[in-house]
Design a protein around this ligand. Structure first.
Ligand code: NDP
Length: 328
């Protein structure tokens, strides 16, 4: 029968999705060449959508949700991964079509795994999670487009959320001046503590979109999409870059081509789910180097598997500050 473990399982009923806490055996896991004792997972926005059933994230029922996890390898037939290795999993359809991280045990393809950087604990990697790894992919995208600290201020939208808060901490450490756009003015001290130099009310980006507005930003990390992203694009200075990764406001983009053809700005899309292994390893080694651990601790809270349904509802309601690690 093999090892037993506790998990969240989502199944489909006539009335929609149903969530249960179950005890499973490793024979219930899906195929893969590496089995991991999960130490920590986390609740990302996509997990919120999956667990609440708010969007059709889950594509196979019944499914263990959880798009990321970190833990210790307990079985492996992969040529590079050994029993005892500490590993991280982000994306690749895990928690969507393959059993995920809200479980004591996970079995996946070894090629999907990234080693935990030497200087990090598994708990720290999940404090970062897919949200923080995506924030780093956004920062790397700005750097690749030549956005430098001396070019001007960087705007981060969805600032008090997971992607936003980690993006602020990284950018500040790298010497950028960072403006934080938030709907939660009460988080001003938190956001300034992470390194934001000014706080902007997110309503400023929700009005009618002008083709070209006064230029304010050398670059931006956008976790929000929709009207917010359209307004941000209209305010980017010539040759500036926006890294777009999220849709917390919506999936639409009511923008014009004016900032692209009259200011030469760039919009770079970020997809963490199927990013190539080399880019993942680069992002994780940059996170090990360029994310201040004291700031990471300040934006992280811990919870248990039983808390996941409530946290999922809160993240969709925009009520979660920073990142929540689930301790398995
Ligand atoms: P969080 O919920 O932690 O953060 C999202 C933040 O967006 C909120 O905290 C809030 O910030 C802001 N927000 C929420 N609703 C609205 C709204 N209606 N209008 C404007 N702002 C809003 O989520 P994550 O940080 O984990 O994820 C952020 C986004 O990035 C999500 O859309 C997620 O799906 C996406 N994502 C994409 C990835 C990729 O590979 N492309 C990978 C990881 C995440 P505040 O309170 O400060 O205003």
């Amino acid at each position: 029968m093999g090892r037993q473990f506790r998990a969240i399982e989502i199944s489909k009923t006539d009335k929609g999705q149903k969530l249960d806490f179950v005890t499973l055996s490793e024979t219930d896991l899906m195929p893969g060449d590496v089995t991991v004792a999960v130490e920590h997972s986390t609740v990302n926005y996509k997990d919120g959508l999956a667990v609440t059933g708010r969007a059709p994230i889950i594509r196979h029922y019944p499914l263990i949700p959880g798009v990321d996890f970190a833990g210790t390898v307990v079985d492996s037939t992969h040529r590079l991964i050994k029993v005892g290795d500490k590993v991280i999993l982000n994306g690749w359809g895990v928690g969507e079509s393959h059993h995920g991280g809200f479980a004591g045990l996970a079995r996946v393809k070894g090629d999907w795994l990234v080693p935990v950087p030497d200087t990090m604990t598994t708990a720290e990697t999940m404090a970062i999670g897919t949200a923080g790894y995506t924030a780093m992919l956004c920062v790397v995208a700005l750097e690749r487009q030549g956005v430098r600290p001396e070019d001007g201020e960087i705007l981060v939208t969805g600032a008090a959320g997971g992607v936003g808060s980690i993006a602020i901490a990284i950018l500040a450490k790298l010497g950028y001046r960072v403006a934080a756009s938030t709907g939660r003015p009460e988080e001003e001290a938190f956001l300034k503590g992470l390194g934001a130099s000014q706080i902007i009310d997110r309503n400023e980006f929700m009005g009618p979109v002008k083709p070209l507005a006064k230029t304010r930003w050398a670059g931006a990390v956008d976790a929000v999409g929709s009207t917010t992203l359209a307004n941000v694009l209209s305010q980017i200075q010539p040759e500036g870059t926006v890294a777009a990764c999220g849709l917390a406001q919506g999936m639409d983009l009511p923008a014009s081509v004016a900032p692209f053809i009259l200011r030469g700005i760039k919009l770079i899309g970020i997809n963490s789910v199927t990013a190539a292994p080399t880019r993942r390893i680069e992002a994780w080694s940059r996170l090990a180097r360029d994310l201040d651990r004291a700031k990471l601790n300040a934006l992280t809270s811990h919870a248990k598997l039983d808390d996941v349904p409530a946290i999922a509802a809160d993240i969709i309601a925009g009520k979660i500050r920073g990142r929540v690690v689930i301790d398995l």
